[in-house]
Design a protein around this ligand. Structure first.
Ligand SMILES: [Ca+2]
Length: 226
């Protein structure tokens, strides 16, 4: 796990590495058994450089809650697209703040993830800084064939622009959402012309696309209409 401010590895305190006790403590801290296992980091470390595969970050079930931050693992442009996905070194030119990824929590890739204190079922993290043209892909597992509708837990961003998100399932748009001009979290139903839709049992690809800047997205809920 990298510290988002200085881009250095986060390690538990170990004292002075120049002393025998400090050296030993550091080596003990970085034993695999003593590290936090970040599956997206392990995926990135072991993934072939030009791989176009995506892997589920966690099993996402329909009906149910899908956290926005649980998009599939994979490269920028394959699993997600973010206009500022680079994580640059601190010693690079002074304008690095203008192009580096924002957010910096929960995952270690280029999507802009923030923390929040929204109520359950929020998990404390949301996707923010959502610019038009950005997207994330999700592998979802439908437990039962039937008719579903989607709700979104959404809020405005600091500039209070009215943004717009759309949701695609297997390349068809099934829902669309606007935020309100507030930074409060609200649960929103889809806007016209979208209505409840059919999903068959099994795996499907879901995609969240940013149509207009201004939203923050916490979670989606797929609700059975049967
Ligand atoms: Ca972004």
């Amino acid at each position: 796990m990298l510290d988002n401010n200085n881009q250095q590895l986060i390690a538990a305190p170990y004292g002075d590495i120049l002393t025998a006790s400090g050296h030993k403590a550091l080596l003990n801290n970085i034993l695999f058994d003593n590290c936090s296992k970040r599956k997206d980091v392990l995926d990135a470390l072991t993934r072939q450089a030009n791989s176009k595969l995506t892997m589920p970050y966690t099993k996402l079930r329909v009906p149910g809650i899908i956290q926005a931050v649980d998009y599939d693992m994979g490269r920028e442009g394959i699993a997600y697209h973010d206009l500022r996905s680079e994580r640059l070194q601190i010693d690079e030119p002074r304008d690095w703040n203008a192009s580096k990824t924002r957010g910096g929590y929960y995952r270690n890739d280029g999507v802009d993830i923030e923390t929040n204190s929204d109520e359950h079922p929020a998990n404390g993290y949301n996707v923010g800084f959502m610019d038009a043209g950005e997207w994330m892909k999700y592998t979802v597992w439908v437990n039962k064939s039937g008719i579903y509708q989607v709700k979104a837990r959404i809020s405005g961003s600091k500039d209070f622009a009215i943004g717009k998100l759309s949701v695609e399932v297997d390349n068809h748009t099934v829902a669309s959402f606007n935020n309100v001009a507030s930074d409060k979290w609200i649960s929103s139903g889809t806007i016209a012309p979208y209505k409840p839709f059919y999903m068959s049992k099994g795996a499907h690809q879901m995609m969240i696309k940013v149509e207009a800047k201004g939203c923050r997205l916490n979670w989606l809920e797929f609700i059975s209409e049967d």
